[in-house]
Design a protein around this ligand. Structure first.
Ligand SMILES: Cc1cc2nc3c(=O)[nH]c(=O)nc-3n(C[C@H](O)[C@H](O)[C@H](O)COP(=O)(O)OP(=O)(O)OC[C@H]3O[C@@H](n4cnc5c(N)ncnc54)[C@H](O)[C@@H]3O)c2cc1C
Length: 416
């Protein structure tokens, strides 16, 4: 069933009893050409592009919980492509371009809202770095403008611009094409489109190990329901990537941390852009429901506990109130965390592992929601062809041997 105004009308006329499940829930087959571990955005997008770009639909996505229940359903939905190094700028801008056509392509409204993002400069040093940053963006052909203090004030009237502010604002960097997209819709849209193309999505089925053939190549996965054979296996398991790769004997340069976020009660429109302050390590946007969505720094100790510590929550809120004193009257409604996979140079890994037939897409850390289309596209490419996509070439594990790091810690947005 295609979603359209007409299908909505038909639904209304039939008391909404005509809707079909958005994706199928089949029993796992004993063998597939390709198995993907993890039904987050990256795993589901990989499956979709395998079917759509490469005509491969004998594919299963295996998820231990429910699809989109990992970081994809826990993030603060910011999308942008204002990265510093050419390799990352190319990759993330490709992703943003795919986002720009995604609702139409998937026939699913991912609610992309290109309301722009403003990164604040709190000191003369910040101003100098963002001026350099804007020049770099222009060299990459990416939109970005330098804002004066007054221009920041006009865009974000709720911001405290008084000279006595704890973090005075001297200017900002704006990416107009940045914004937000509905995180669940991205997972659901890719799941529905992949399922329609014949991909099996198996939920509630944990992968507990890998099987290998006599040649040492991966020949399938072990699951709670028994083994499933596969020609190739892709891991897209975010914070659990190193655990899974470890089961295949691969040690990844990934550390898992809790990253938390929180929302206030909903209020009338007050903030119509995404504001990030690298100085305080805090970023804020307003959801379509009216909640202030607040994020900040990692809990800086390795952890698999999906909750986040009180001390970080307190410092994130202190930073938020320093910028937006009027928010002090809002009540906090929810707080949660996800387990993010941080690579030491704050850049992802997309490509083969030392185990033949086993591929990986991970290391997106605090910023992989915006990269879902590109991450899926490039992992699908290497799984289907055995060759890295040119955009993924710089993001190989091999850089930890060659030393060709892409240190995106500054552009990663929040404190690492
Ligand atoms: C609080 C928070 C805020 C964030 N804000 C942003 C933001 O504003 N913008 C942005 O770009 N990024 C943001 N991120 C990062 C972003 O959410 C992630 O980088 C991205 O969602 C990763 O997607 P994924 O598909 O790789 O992982 P996930 O969505 O986590 O999916 C991985 C899946 O693998 C499954 N899995 C794990 N182990 C197994 C196993 N053994 N067997 C089977 N399945 C398994 C998990 O259950 C999970 O569903 C944020 C993250 C958090 C936590």
């Amino acid at each position: 069933m295609r979603y359209s105004a007409l299908s909505l009308l038909r639904g209304a006329l039939s008391s909404h009893r005509n809707w079909q499940p958005a994706w199928a829930s089949p029993e796992p087959k004993s063998a597939y050409d390709i198995v993907i571990v993890g039904a987050g955005g990256h795993g589901l997008a990989t499956a979709y592009y395998l079917a759509k770009n490469h005509g491969l639909s004998n594919v299963a996505v295996i998820e231990r919980g429910w699809l989109g229940g990992g970081n994809t359903g826990r993030n603060t939905t910011v999308v942008r492509s204002n990265y510093l190094f050419p390799e990352s700028a190319r990759l993330y801008d490709f992703s943003l371009k795919l986002y720009e056509g995604l609702s139409r392509e998937l026939n699913f409204n991912v609610m992309l809202s290109q309301r722009g993002q403003v990164m604040l400069a709190h000191s003369r040093h910040d101003l100098e770095s963002i001026a350099r940053w804007v020049n770099t963006l222009h060299m990459h052909g990416i939109d970005g403008t330098l804002l004066t203090r007054e221009q920041v004030g006009a865009l974000v009237p709720a911001l405290d611009l008084s000279p006595a502010a704890r973090y005075p604002v001297l200017g900002g960097l704006r990416q107009p094409r940045a914004g937000t997209a509905r995180h669940d819709a991205v997972a659901w849209g890719y799941a529905r489109a992949a399922s329609r193309l014949g991909v099996d999505i198996i939920q509630d089925c944990e992968v507990t190990g890998f099987t290998t053939g006599a040649d040492g190549a991966v020949s399938g996965v072990e699951t709670r329901f028994g083994p499933i054979r596969a020609g190739r296996v892709g891991i897209a398991a975010a914070g659990h990537s190193s655990v899974l790769a470890g089961l295949a004997g691969v040690r990844l340069p990934v550390t898992s941390y809790a990253l938390q976020a929180m929302v206030t009660e909903p209020v009338k429109p007050r903030l119509d852009t995404v504001v990030i302050s690298p100085g305080t390590g805090v970023y804020v946007s307003q959801s379509d429901k009216g909640e202030m969505v607040i994020g900040g720094s990692l809990d800086l100790f390795a952890s698999y506990a999906q909750r986040g510590s009180f001390a970080v929550m307190q410092s994130v809120l202190a930073g938020t109130l320093a910028m937006f004193p009027s928010f002090s009257r809002l009540r906090l409604m929810r707080q949660w965390a996800g387990i993010v996979d941080v690579v030491h140079d704050s850049s992802p890994l997309i490509g083969p592992t030392p185990v033949p037939g086993l591929f990986i897409n991970c290391g997106w850390g605090t910023g992989g929601f915006k990269a879902i289309p590109a991450g899926g596209w490039t992992l699908a490419h290497v799984l289907a062809t055995g060759r890295n996509h040119e955009l993924a070439e710089p993001f190989q594990l091999e850089r930890f041997v060659s030393g060709r790091f892409i240190d995106e810690a500054a552009a990663a947005g929040i404190a690492h």
